[in-house]
Ligand binder design. Structure first.
Ligand code: SAM
Length: 373
């Protein structure tokens, strides 16, 4: 083909071919027979049509290819997520719920086992994604900072009751120690802030030994609260000993309480200290328990290491970070020191008793604090 040969729609305009002829061929090729098409455009024979077709087909193939390259088919990969976690690698909604529910009360290794993960390593990206969602949520929900004089009471986020160790030698001994301290206080005009869960074991134990103590019973988990009320109604003696119940967190209940509202507080949390640090501090700082009363704290021994994905940027993390780097900062030491610190910072209190126990895999610590001033 000569260099100055005219091309129209990819077809060389040689051998008497015209633009109109090419247009007609393109337009009619699908509806006319080759012989009819030759007649229509004035070609002598079908042989003359073949090179035109070849050139048209070639152009069409190139155009289709260009089309494919220009517009690659979008393959949408839809990754299902649940509570911010991608449901890939065999993760299920139930698994994510279990992890959210138990992450603050059991160790990562136990958590991995419970969630049905092969290894603790598989837990790390899930916790990373959950922490990210939590960070974003807490940023979004941050209230506007207003300059009011009202003291802000940080609330403990609503969570399920994950407590299962109702029975165990250690737990019974801890209950005994709590009961002993409570029974050394006056029954008259008593009002003990307590977390009875659904079973009221602690309160019933005290009642069996010494009648007449009164309680304000708090439970943040709705289902546990409902069972707690059902069991309360069934027991007349218990019913008479309860001043108030609330399906709230302790923080929410004490928000507007005045000093000396309670005769004692049985804060049988059984979770990690970080979650309750501010709440405990509020009870102490605001002197919510009368002089001579007790604040008992049951906590799970903190076993976190620094920068662990389970660990939010909070008290234990800060504590460990600030420790001398060569020091062996065990979980027990972190919990113990943080409680010592709380008591040290709040004048008028002293720790009168400590008890460590372990009925399940989780190590527990009981602190009994007395308000002395
Ligand atoms: C360890 S259980 C109480 C056990 C009970 N005292 C006994 O002797 O068997 C703790 C209960 O308090 C609830 N709870 C934990 N932290 C709370 C908080 N900050 N405010 C309100 N309820 C809380 C949990 O949902 C759980 O039902």
């Amino acid at each position: 083909m000569e260099n100055n040969t005219q091309i129209y729609k990819g077809v060389a305009l040689t051998h008497g071919r015209t633009e109109q002829m090419i247009d007609t061929i393109i337009e009619k090729r699908a509806i006319l027979s080759n012989t009819e098409l030759c007649k229509l455009v004035g070609l002598e024979s079908f042989r003359n049509l073949v090179p035109i077709y070849r050139m048209l087909n070639k152009i069409q193939r190139v155009e289709t290819k260009v089309e494919i390259i220009k517009k690659p088919k979008k393959v949408k990969v839809i990754i299902e997520t649940y509570k911010g976690v991608a449901l890939t690698h065999g993760r299920t909604e139930q698994m994510i719920d279990t992890i959210i529910e138990k992450r603050s009360v059991i160790t990562p290794i136990e958590l991995a086992e419970l969630g049905g993960l092969k290894s603790f390593r598989n837990l790390v990206p899930i916790l990373g994604q959950l922490n990210k969602i939590q960070r974003v949520a807490s940023k979004t929900n941050k209230p506007e900072v207003k300059n009011t004089n009202k003291k802000k009471v940080p609330t403990v986020s609503m969570a399920k009751n994950t407590y299962t160790n109702y029975y165990g030698k250690g737990k019974d001994k801890a209950r005994d120690l709590i009961a002993q301290s409570i029974m050394s206080t006056k029954r008259q005009s008593s009002n003990i802030l307590t977390l009875p869960a659904d079973t009221w074991i602690m309160e019933k134990n005290i009642m069996k030994q010494k009648q007449g103590y009164k309680y304000t019973a708090v439970e943040r988990d709705k289902e546990t609260y409902k069972k707690m009320i059902t069991n309360l109604i069934k027991d007349d003696n218990l019913f008479d000993s309860v001043i108030a119940t609330a399906n709230k967190t302790i923080s929410e209940v004490i928000e507007n309480d005045k000093p000396d509202t309670y005769s004692s507080a049985i804060l049988d949390y059984c979770g990690f200290v970080d979650s309750f640090y501010n709440e405990i501090n509020n009870v102490l700082t605001n002197n919510l328990v009368k002089k001579g009363g007790f604040i008992t704290l049951t906590l799970a021994e903190n076993d976190r290491v620094i920068n662990h994905p389970l660990q939010m940027d909070n008290y234990s993390n800060t504590y460990i970070r600030n420790c001398y780097s060569d020091e062996n900062v065990s979980g027990a030491k972190v919990t113990n020191d943080l409680i010592n610190n709380l008591v040290f910072n709040n004048v008028g209190y002293r720790i009168v008793s400590k008890f460590n126990y372990k009925d399940t895999k989780v190590k527990m610590m009981l602190f009994i604090i007395e308000r002395i001033n």
